[in-house]
Design a protein around this ligand. Structure first.
Ligand SMILES: [Zn+2]
Length: 440
């Protein structure tokens, strides 16, 4: 006897039949998670985008149309915690970290929805949102599209607020169990609007695809974890090599390379916006007769803030977890860095009838408020040039700069601080080696 049947992507019938049907679906998704975990070992960035942008939407739909199915979904959560996350991080992930990663980007997560806690929320939001439509079908009432749409908007808004509150409670509870230093890092990430890079679709030709090391270093930084495969000592100065040393040791030019990468990208983006008079490292003040006191900034561009007026910029990417900053808030770290740069450059810039703007960012790509204003202005210019919506361009621009900073930060962790020595072979000196009869 048939006691249940699949209907419009859901299932209607006896509760045992519904649970069995959901259980079968969960088994299929669990296998998909296992396959995705295999892929995450070598391509963690692509695997996470596949999960957050595609796979999880399959079970989210089922959760919207079938009620009381938390139990089967615990298996899916288990697969995410025990198989997927360790493959993504390439290390063990404890229960507190798991709960943190299964949150939205804005709450410090990796955009993975917790399949258990979303069950009842998704169903009640869907049921409430379609209330007017359901009543019209059940009672044969006339259907008012405007009332339905208005009710749906309000219902979606309430559901979003409820979800936000639940996620915030979970995040705060998890963070409170972590050491003070990690609490400081994760709270900074949650408040800092630095997660756009996680939500973009990476491809080989749009410059958003991160290598396994780059992605893992970036998420390690996000959760205040020590990146995997860290060497014991710095190859530049032989000091113990921890994350703070990696980000601050100036030996080998990696910190300068981090700065230069972002400077060059800004110049490239300004050129794309249609501004033509852009100067790399313009001299703001010439040196005195002793050859001292010269000042130069990172880039200058004519007509950026004001018509035909030169706008000068200088960039600094700082490690907010450096030992000297640990007792300061991010706002005060940015304040003192901004004051330092303005004290150094503003007067000289004004003497040349130019404006000066410091561009400050942390190593996790949290931007200072003056940098945010600069990005908004640049987004405006680019959206006019490309005839594309401002919000699209602004998201793209933020992600582009965030990934540039995160890549160069990863370089500080992974690259060598010692110079490579050549073998000393010049021109064709090695050719006789290959001509030697002993080799053939
Ligand atoms: Zn060092």
């Amino acid at each position: 006897m048939v006691t249940g049947h699949r209907f419009l992507g859901g299932f209607l019938g006896a509760s045992e039949d519904v649970e069995k049907w959901v259980h079968n679906k969960v088994s299929i998704w669990t296998k998909s998670i296992e396959r995705l975990s295999q892929a995450a070992k070598s391509k963690p960035h692509l695997a996470n985008v596949s999960l957050t942008k595609s796979l999880q939407n399959e079970w989210n739909y089922v959760q919207r149309v079938v009620s009381n199915v938390e139990k089967p979904f615990t298996l899916l959560r288990l697969a995410l915690e025990s198989t997927y996350l360790p493959a993504l991080f390439d290390s063990e992930v404890d229960s507190i970290e798991s709960s943190l990663t299964l949150l939205s980007f804005r709450n410090g997560g990796l955009g993975i929805r917790d399949p258990v806690t979303t069950c009842s929320l998704a169903y009640s939001a869907s049921k409430d949102g379609t209330k007017i439509l359901t009543e019209a079908i059940q009672r044969g009432n006339s259907f008012d599209v405007d009332s339905h749409e208005s009710h749906m908007r309000n219902s979606t808004k309430s559901a979003r607020a409820l979800k936000e509150q639940m996620e915030d409670d979970t995040a705060q509870k998890c963070i409170s169990h972590l050491p003070q230093k990690r609490q400081r890092t994760i709270n900074r990430i949650r408040e800092g609007d630095c997660s756009t890079w996680l939500s973009v679709l990476p491809t080989h030709d749009n410059q958003f695809l991160m290598s396994a090391d780059e992605f893992r270093d970036s998420i390690a930084l996000r959760y205040g974890r020590s990146p995997t495969k860290m060497p014991g000592f710095c190859d530049g100065c032989s000091q113990p090599f921890d994350i703070s040393h990696a980000l601050d040791c100036k030996k080998g030019g990696l910190v300068i390379a981090r700065h230069n990468e972002s400077r060059d990208l800004n110049i490239e983006l300004l050129k794309l916006s249609g501004l033509t008079q852009i100067t790399k490292e313009p001299i703001v003040k010439e040196s005195n007769s002793d050859g001292e006191g010269a000042l130069r900034v990172d880039w200058g561009v004519r007509g950026f803030w004001d018509f035909q007026r030169e706008a000068l910029f200088d960039i600094r990417i700082l490690n907010a977890d450096a030992p000297s900053y640990l007792s300061n808030s991010l706002a005060s770290i940015f304040d003192s860095a901004r004051v330092e740069k303005k004290t150094k450059y503003s007067k000289a810039a004004e003497d040349r009838r130019a404006s000066f703007t410091p561009f400050l960012s942390t190593c996790e790509a949290i931007f200072d408020h003056e940098a945010i204003v600069y990005l908004k202005k640049l987004s405006n210019l680019l959206s006019s040039k490309w005839d594309t919506s401002y919000s699209q361009v602004h998201g793209w621009l933020k992600a582009r700069l965030q990934i540039c900073i995160l890549r160069s930060v990863s370089l500080c962790i992974r690259a060598s601080r010692t110079k490579w020595r050549g073998a000393g072979i010049e021109h064709d000196a090695h050719i006789p080696l290959f001509k030697s009869p002993d080799l053939f």
